[in-house]
Write a protein that binds this ligand. Structure first.
Ligand code: C2E
Ligand code: MG
Ligand code: MG
Ligand code: MG
Length: 288
């Protein structure tokens, strides 16, 4: 019966919707508990750090901090999943604060381990930028660890930049005036307007991984990469390519003049202790 089948489909649909909603709620509750359990000695969250390589000389110029969450019951939850839930539930505020504190704590450890000339990039969500005390928070954390604003870079996506443009611009101006580097993340995947972006105090565009992935075989992707690098440079911006996995991709991007590359070709995101060893070995191999 068509009618019965329709009803069954609907029931099936409603059931899977409920399951999805139940799963989301379960994750949100686990995330809330996880955030409440953070102490100075122990955290279910960690940061991993992925090196960024200068294409001109092969040096490691910076690191991107990426959040990780290990839940005793749920196991490792990927950031693509929990960041979204944190953003939708308001939990990105405490989580984002933790990321800023932990980044600076680790940068201080890198320094104390003898690693200098290394800027660390932090991903910032839209809600964090709407908080007018973000600049004051960052200033406080930097001074707590005796770091300067130039040690940090903030990554925001195009859609973040486009939300609430006036407040966003005023906060980005403050952060930039403090001396922080600002980058547009996942560039090319959003709906930002260049007319608006040109007013932002940004220094870098991060070319999204989706264009890099097939650039060796897809001439459209290759054209998008070439055009984006040229556009960025014309606007006076530095280009960072994400998701570089092969030498072919790296060589193509370097030939375009892309300033920095980041990806599994060089390293996956690494725990803090491993990244210290990685940077030291890389620098030793380069003769400093
Ligand atoms: P993103 O900021 O664009 O970070 C780059 C993502 O690409 C990371 O995924 C990284 O592990 C992955 N990646 C890097 N190189 C390669 C490669 O060569 N191949 C492939 N296939 N992937 C590569 P991850 O760590 O899973 O993070 C996913 C997203 O979650 C991030 O994308 C960012 O949007 C968000 N995220 C992670 N940590 C934070 C955080 O602390 N705060 C906020 N607001 N968002 C975060
Ligand atoms: Mg990023
Ligand atoms: Mg990105
Ligand atoms: Mg991305």
């Amino acid at each position: 019966h068509a009618k019965d089948a329709g009803r069954n489909n609907y029931q099936f649909y409603a059931r899977s919707m409920n399951e999805a909603a139940g799963e989301r709620l379960r994750l949100e509750n686990a995330l809330r508990r996880a955030l409440a359990s953070v102490t100075p000695e122990h955290s279910p969250f960690a940061l991993h750090f992925q090196p960024q390589i200068d294409t001109r000389n092969g040096a490691i110029s910076g690191l991107e901090a990426l959040a990780r969450w290990h839940d005793p019951e749920l196991g490792d939850v990927p950031p693509t999943r929990f960041i979204r839930i944190a953003e939708d539930s308001g939990l990105i505020q405490p989580l984002g604060d933790w990321v800023i504190w932990e980044t600076c704590r680790q940068v201080r450890r890198f320094r104390d381990a003898g690693i200098d000339r290394l800027r660390v990039a932090v991903n910032i969500s839209a809600q964090q930028l709407r908080h007018e005390n973000l600049p004051a928070l960052i200033r406080g954390v930097l001074s707590c660890y005796d770091l300067s604003a130039a040690d940090l870079e903030l990554e925001i996506t195009e859609s973040t930049a486009m939300q609430n443009p006036e407040l966003t611009l005023s906060i980005l101006d403050q952060l930039s005036d403090m001396g922080m580097m600002l980058a547009i993340d996942d560039f090319g995947t959003g709906y930002s307007s260049l007319a608006y972006l040109k007013h932002l105090p940004i220094q870098r565009l991060k070319l999204d991984r989706s264009f890099v992935k097939d650039l060796e075989t897809d001439s459209n992707d290759a054209a998008i990469c070439a055009a984006t690098v040229a556009l960025g440079h014309k606007l006076g911006l530095e280009l960072v390519a994400e998701g570089v996995e092969t030498e072919g991709q790296r060589d193509f991007l370097a030939a375009l003049g892309c300033d920095f590359v980041q990806g599994f070709l060089y390293s996956r995101p690494l725990p803090a202790d491993a990244v210290i060893d990685f940077v030291k070995a890389h620098r030793a191999g380069q003769g400093g």
